[in-house]
Design a protein around this ligand. Structure first.
Ligand code: ZN
Length: 85
């Protein structure tokens, strides 16, 4: 489960959404493209992918987590091949 990291997308404060202003996406290390296809500059906060389950659901990018779950199934099967995006 290496080669990926979590990258924060900082959003403008929105009083309707409460206090959560960061959404976490899953990106390949060194890449600016998240699994959901969004593009990020290589700045901002990052966390190791091992913390993926520690991110509160409200702060997750659903598409990234769905894709990561699919990748984890492949990894669990021991296949070196990753599904095409
Ligand atoms: Zn995402």
């Amino acid at each position: 489960m290496s080669g990926y990291e979590l990258r924060a997308q900082h959003r403008p404060a929105d009083p309707l959404e409460g206090g959560e202003h960061v959404r976490w996406h899953v990106v390949r290390q060194g890449s600016a493209t998240a699994l959901c296809g969004r593009y990020f500059p290589l700045v901002g906060d990052v966390r190791p992918v091992t913390e993926v389950h520690a991110v509160t659901p409200a702060c997750r990018c659903g598409e990234c987590w769905d894709r990561l779950a699919a990748l984890e199934e492949v990894w669990a099967e021991g296949s070196p091949r990753e599904p095409d995006p």
